[in-house]
Design a binder for this molecule. Sequence first.
Ligand SMILES: *Cc1c(COP(=O)(O)O)cnc(C)c1O
Length: 424
Amino acid sequence: MTGSNEALFRRAQRVIPGGVNSPVRAFGSVGGTPYFVERGEGPYVWDSEGRRYIDYVQSYGPGILGHAHPAVVEAVAVAAGDGTSFGAPTEAEVILAEMVVDRIAGMESVRFVSSGTEATMSAIRLARGATGRSRIVKFAGCYHGHSDALLAAGGSGVANQGLTGCDGVTAGAVADTVVAPYNVVPDLDDTVAAVIVEPVAANMGLVAPAPGFLEGLRSACDAAGALLIFDEVITGFRLSRGGAADHLGVTPDLWCFGKVIGGGLPVGAFGGSTDLMSNLAPLGGVYQAGTLSGNPLAMAAGRATLDLLDQDAYDRLTSTSQSLADGLAAGFTGAGLACVMPRLGSLLGVFFGDVEPTDFDEASRLADNGVYPKVFHALLDRGVAWAPGAYEALFPSLAHSEAVVDETISIAAEAAVAVASDLA
Ligand SMILES: *Cc1c(COP(=O)(O)O)cnc(C)c1O
């Protein structure tokens, strides 16, 4: 044990803004003191006070195998022994690129970066460079990382902070960003370089695409000569082997990946056709680079992770999400706490209310109704960790066995009773 969470948080706040390196971690929207993680294993994390939690944060998605999977640990250790960064190409990059291109139908060429933010930022630049157009259409409640042009009306951490925009982002930086409501196909004209969308929105809780929405975006983009970008940073390699594009049957021009693709190490990627990607330097005029891009440790972790994600893994993950959704919903509603648990394949969200939201306005109304923070703490007190914010999805992993899911469900039923009597 390394000391109390309180003491660590005080120390952290002295030397790190808000005590955290990413805002949601500070518990601002749920109140209280964050637990400092000492270690994780499979479905669990242990905090600095030795308390164990069943973890549904899983680093907000990368932990699809659970924490410290032996294959990932081994791959990273072996890679580290051979040197951690060279500034020259390595076979590890070629292997992971081949694996990704093999899995994503329609994607021929991919470039690795070190975060989802870099992936979307670079894809936008590429789309603008390739089309010679300026405007970008994004959807309210979709989060695409924290680059200036994409911070407008973001979900996830931006929404959790109660922010609609961001100080320091100039009017000029977002002048070419158009924000549209999710699940409505916007009108596009010939100033639009690209439409960027989370094919399943997973940063405003979970909001599935309405029937025809993604197909409508595809044809609107084709008609306007704009590129369609799927931000698959959450859906990629989680929803299915081929991601949301494959699962939902709509093919974008550009894909963005992050989270699962790095198996817990910093990896992002963006890709598309060979033709489109050849606009990037050194072949073309769109500059994009990175000292640590394609880092050997990160490539090794990504490879070890993707290697284990076969059809059986996705089937198991989907049935885990299904059992969780059924069991949790029964527990909450049984206690008199209205709850909807939107699920698409293995993707799972939770809202406390009666009707499943279809866009950011509806999602915010439920996310901000005050129930989530109470449920969050009732669960945390009993050893189950959800994300400290109502705008996040749940991330069960392959390490969440039936027994762990059952334990979660019975803990949640108890927590629900406590919350319901607190609210009464
Ligand atoms: C997390 C996320 C990002 C940003 O990725 P980072 O690695 O945090 O920069 C972008 N898009 C989506 C859909 C995400 O969920």
